[in-house]
Design a protein around this ligand. Structure first.
Ligand SMILES: Cc1cc2nc3c(=O)[nH]c(=O)nc-3n(C[C@H](O)[C@H](O)[C@H](O)COP(=O)(O)O)c2cc1C
Length: 205
């Protein structure tokens, strides 16, 4: 293994903080594996009235801890990219898709080819679309020519948390991610960093 430092961007949308908590756990896992990590939410695009209709959403918009939002430069900079979104009607939130749809210029220049990518989500019900959301985010990675890294059952913990597609949390009654889900995301971040290191070292020997 080389000593190079993989650059990881964790790019996500969160309306009420659950996906942000998963993003931070994934970032922690990547850092422990020696990565340099940027954790960046995409811009909120919902109308003010929609945000105001949910006090938890309004609170997140007003008080979330992020002072830097994701930009296309983060995608260009990163060797490995983790995409996160709440499950919205069985797929990713429009806010994340809008950001990803702005990557056409980078795609056209071939700058997203051979990035390493992985995806994670939170939903409110067990069968509410966790996997379909992860798979939909991964579709973007395929189109970029990225190398998609699933979580698999690559660690004993994942036999308990049990989503080989990617880190996931079922937030019943708005519960914040529990240790089981956070640990799965840390494993996902470490795995992303490790595989990104292999790929990036091979590209820049
Ligand atoms: C418009 C909307 C659509 C949603 N659709 C689903 C869904 O299809 N399945 C599900 O289980 N949860 C659904 N949820 C619940 C969110 O996925 C869940 O609350 C998630 O944990 C929120 O993550 P966040 O705190 O990062 O925003 C939906 C929430 C909203 C606001």
């Amino acid at each position: 293994m080389t000593g190079m430092t993989p650059k990881i961007a964790v790019v996500f949308y969160s309306a009420t903080g659950n996906v942000a908590a998963l993003a931070e756990a994934l970032a922690d896992g990547a850092r422990k594996e020696g990565a340099e990590v940027r954790v960046r939410p995409v811009p909120e695009l919902a109308p003010a009235a929609a945000v105001a209709s949910n006090p938890r959403w309004q609170d997140w918009v007003d008080n979330n801890p992020y002072d830097q939002q994701a930009t296309l430069d983060d995608l260009d900079w990163a060797d490995g990219i983790a995409l996160g979104s709440p499950t919205r009607f069985g797929g990713p939130a429009g806010q994340l898709k809008e950001f990803l749809d702005s990557s056409g210029g980078l795609w056209f220049q071939g700058k997203l080819v051979d990035k390493v990518g992985t995806s994670f989500t939170s939903a409110s019900t067990k069968h509410g679309g966790l996997e379909s959301t992860i798979l939909a985010m991964n579709n973007v990675l395929y189109h970029w020519g990225a190398i998609v890294v699933p979580l698999g059952y690559t660690d004993a913990h994942l036999m308990e948390s049990g989503n080989p597609y990617g880190g996931s949390f079922v937030s019943r009654r708005s519960a914040a991610p529990d240790e089981e889900a956070l640990a799965a995301c840390r494993i996902q971040g470490a795995r992303l960093a490790r595989i990104t290191r292999y790929i990036a070292a091979g590209k820049n020997p």
